[in-house]
Design a binder for this molecule. Structure first.
Ligand code: UVW
Length: 312
C-alpha cells in the first residue's frame, strides 16, 4: 500500500540518517566536541596560569574587515536619547548612545557552530537541513547552545617550524607537520584541548587583503582527522578559514571545497575558530595556556563573532 511504502521510506530515511556519521555523544546530541569540556578540563587549564598575562585573541572588526564574500559589517550609533539634543533627559541631562550592529556573524574573529557546514543536506549528527534550519535561525545546533569553552589552549607555531614570518599559501599541515611541531614544542595534544595554529597569515589582513582572503596555509584533511581523533574541542588559526587553500587535491582528482570544514564540523563535531590573533602568543612562545571563550548567545545563530582570551 501507499501508506506501507511511505512508512518504509521513512524508516529507510531514519536508518540512513542514523548511519550518517552518528555522534558518539548520542542521537540527540547538538554540541559535539563541547561534551569534552568537563570540570577536570577547566581545572587543568587553570593550573597553566602562572604569570597572569592575559591575551586578547580577537581582532577588531570594522566596515573594511575582509571576509568571505558577501559578508560585511557596519555599526550605527543612535544619538543621545534618540533626540540628538544636548538637553538630554531629566534634570541631570542624561544622554546616551545606543548602537545597531548590522553584521554577518561570520566576520572577524569567529566561531563556526555545528550548523555551519554540511555535506549535501546532511549536517552534524545526520540532521537534514530542512529539519533544523530555516531563515528564522537554527532550531538545532545553534551556537547559543555551546557551553563556555574553558580548556587548555595549545599553540602550534608553524611559522617558527618553517623558519618564516608568514607561512606560504597552499602549505598543508597534516599528521607529520602537526606531530613534529607538537614534539618540538614539548606539548602533547589531548582530549579537551583547543588547538590553535600560528602561521603569521593574519599580518596580511591590512597589507594585502586580497591575497589574505583568497588563499592561505592551513590544515589538510589528514590533519583534520588526526585532531578529531584526539578529541580536541576546537581547532583555530590566524587565518580566515583554518584549512589549506588552494584546497588539497585527492590524488590527481579535485579534492572538493572546504573539505576540512566538512571533516571537522559535520563529521567530527569539532568547532572551528577563525582569524585568531596569535601574534603575541607566538612572540612569547606561549605554547600552552588557559583558553576562555564565552560566545554570543543569539538564539539559533550559525556562527558567532568572538574575542577568546588566553591566560598564562
Ligand atoms: C565557510 O567555510 C563558507 O566560511 P568560514 O570560513 O567562515 O567558515
Amino acid at each position: 500500500s501507499l501508506i506501507g511504502a511511505a512508512a518504509l521510506c521513512l524508516s529507510l530515511g531514519a536508518a540512513a540518517q542514523a548511519n550518517w556519521y552518528p555522534s558518539k555523544f548520542g542521537a540527540n546530541d547538538e554540541i559535539g566536541a563541547a561534551n569534552y569540556l568537563t570540570p577536570a578540563v577547566a581545572l587543568n587549564a587553570a593550573k597553566l596560569v602562572k604569570t597572569g598575562k592575559v591575551y586578547s585573541l580577537g581582532i577588531t572588526v570594522s566596515t573594511t574587515t575582509p571576509a568571505f564574500p558577501p559578508r560585511t559589517c557596519s555599526i550605527y550609533i543612535v544619538q543621545p536619547g534618540q533626540t540628538g539634543s544636548a538637553e538630554g533627559l531629566g534634570p541631570t541631562h542624561t544622554t546616551y548612545n545606543d548602537d545597531i550592529l548590522n553584521c554577518w556573524t561570520g566576520i572577524g574573529t569567529q566561531l563556526d557552530g555545528l550548523g555551519h557546514i554540511g555535506v549535501g543536506d546532511r549536517y552534524y549528527n545526520g540532521l537534514k537541513w530542512g529539519e533544523f534550519a530555516n531563515i528564522s535561525g537554527l532550531k538545532k545546533l545553534g551556537a547559543d547552545k555551546i557551553p563556555p569553552m574553558v580548556a587548555r589552549g595549545v599553540l602550534l607555531d608553524m611559522a617558527a617550524h618553517y623558519g618564516v614570518d608568514v607561512v606560504k599559501e597552499g602549505t598543508a599541515f597534516n599528521v607529520a607537520e602537526i606531530d613534529a611541531v607538537a614534539k618540538k614544542q614539548g606539548v602533547e595534544i589531548k582530549q579537551g584541548d583547543v588547538v590553535i595554529f600560528h602561521t603569521g597569515w593574519l599580518s596580511l589582513i591590512e597589507k594585502d587583503p586580497k591575497r589574505f582572503g583568497s588563499v592561505e596555509p592551513g590544515i589538510g584533511r589528514e590533519g583534520a582527522r588526526h585532531l578529531v581523533s584526539k578529541g580536541v574541542v576546537a581547532v583555530g588559526a590566524d587565518t580566515w578559514a583554518v584549512e589549506v587553500i588552494p584546497f588539497e587535491k585527492d590524488g590527481d582528482k579535485d579534492g572538493g571545497i572546504f573539505g576540512v570544514h566538512q571533516i571537522l564540523i559535520p563529521m567530527g563535531g569539532t568547532y572551528i575558530l577563525e582569524n585568531i590573533n596569535t601574534a603575541e602568543l607566538a612572540k612569547d612562545k606561549a605554547y600552552e595556556f588557559m583558553f576562555v571563550l564565552g560566545q554570543n548567545k543569539y538564539q539559533g545563530a550559525v556562527q558567532s563573532m568572538i574575542n577568546p582570551v588566553a591566560i598564562r
